[in-house]
Design a protein around this ligand. Structure first.
Ligand code: SF4
Length: 353
């Protein structure tokens, strides 16, 4: 399941740990809306600074730049201090999402004593918890401490695509769909919910191909998922995707593609959400021109699961340029960012020799 050349190249792009972080503080904590209990409500999100994903020791996923936030010197005591500050921030909010730069259930990244401290801290404070993990750490012994404390938990799993060729030769995830199925069954059999993450437009796929891949992946993961989060590519620093993008060989997906996927999924009755990072920005999901209304509709319809306003917006729009662009892109061996290429050409034309 590993393309060794791709893995080695991705590894070369990763910076070494600067060691200049304050390990006692989380990377970030904020409040946003999500619908983990079936309706939109205030949710606290915390990113803990950890030693990072175990996969980083070998390589990284081609789009993942979370290694920029890790510290190799984080201890359990540091994590407990971070937990205290998250609990302080929580106030009376009852919904909590925890991100690490990897897997919360990975004992190498988040030691068991720190996890226990976390569970004891939240068990009477939180009505719904979301944690993230790679599939290999979703095993009974890691779930039991949560079950014992009766914490209502959804586990988010980065499936990205159910096509193992894409996982191996584009995303470099070092896993596969059958592993997701096994982990999701373990979650379900032990009373946990599952959120499946899918990636829109991994490198080396055209946008048209990726739309089809996400649609097929939604159908594949739906039987195992409480909900499915479609994550359009957001270009992160020091990643393979950034390397390609800076050379004009990659363009992030368009908002129209994301809207089409959500509408297709909602018509089929799937529970699908999308809260894009970096939307309408150069590094995130964007059309040929900024469309704040479309981005807002994608988020608000995700929260309510009522997609009628988004459907009407798309129905009344002229998508001819969008379809021309993605059909043209589909014929090319690489996915140019036209706007960046034109800007660079203009810059070259303006240059005074
Ligand atoms: S498994 Fe997750 S944290 Fe680890 S490299 Fe991939 S995307 Fe990043």
């Amino acid at each position: 399941m590993i393309n060794r050349d791709l893995s080695a190249f991705v590894k070369r792009l990763m910076p070494s740990d600067s060691g200049l972080t304050d390990n006692s503080k989380p990377v970030s904590v904020w409040t946003e809306l999500d619908r983990l209990r079936g309706h939109p409500e205030k949710t606290v999100v915390a990113i803990f600074r950890t030693r990072g994903c175990s996969w980083y020791r070998f390589s990284s996923c081609s789009m993942c730049g979370y290694f920029n936030d890790v510290s190799s010197t984080v201890t359990s005591e540091d994590l407990m201090k971070q937990i205290d500050s998250v609990i302080h921030y929580l106030g009376d909010t009852m919904i909590l999402k925890i991100f690490t730069s990897g897997s919360f259930l990975d004992t190498m990244e988040f030691p068991a004593e720190a996890r226990d401290y976390f569970y004891d801290s939240v068990k009477d404070r939180v009505d719904k918890l979301l944690i993230e993990s790679r599939t290999e750490y979703i095993v009974k012994r890691n779930l039991e401490p949560i079950q014992n404390r009766k914490i209502n938990t959804r586990i988010a799993i980065g499936v990205e695509s159910t096509n193992d060729e894409i996982i191996k030769n584009s995303i470099n995830k070092g896993t596969g769909f059958s592993k997701f199925v096994g982990a999701a069954k373990t979650c379900i059999n032990n009373g946990f919910e599952v959120r499946s993450y899918l990636l829109l437009k991994p490198p080396f796929l055209s946008e048209a191909e990726s739309v089809i891949d996400v649609q097929r992946s939604i159908s594949d993961v739906a039987p195992y998922s409480t909900d499915i989060s479609v994550n359009p590519m957001n270009i992160q620093k020091n990643t393979l995707v950034e390397y390609l993008w800076k050379r004009g060989l990659y363009r992030p997906p368009r908002l129209w593609s994301l809207a089409r996927i959500l509408l297709w999924a909602s018509e089929k009755g799937f529970s699908v959400v999308s809260y894009p990072t970096g939307g309408n920005r150069e590094r995130g999901v964007h059309n040929s021109s900024s469309d704040e209304n479309l981005l807002k509709l994608i988020v608000s319809c995700s929260l309510t699961q009522d997609f009628r306003d988004l459907s009407e917006y798309v129905r009344n729009a002229d998508l001819s340029q969008y379809y021309d662009e993605i059909e043209c892109e589909d014929l090319l061996p690489v996915q140019f960012d036209y706007n960046l290429a034109l800007r660079d050409m203009k810059g070259a034309a303006d240059y005074q020799f």
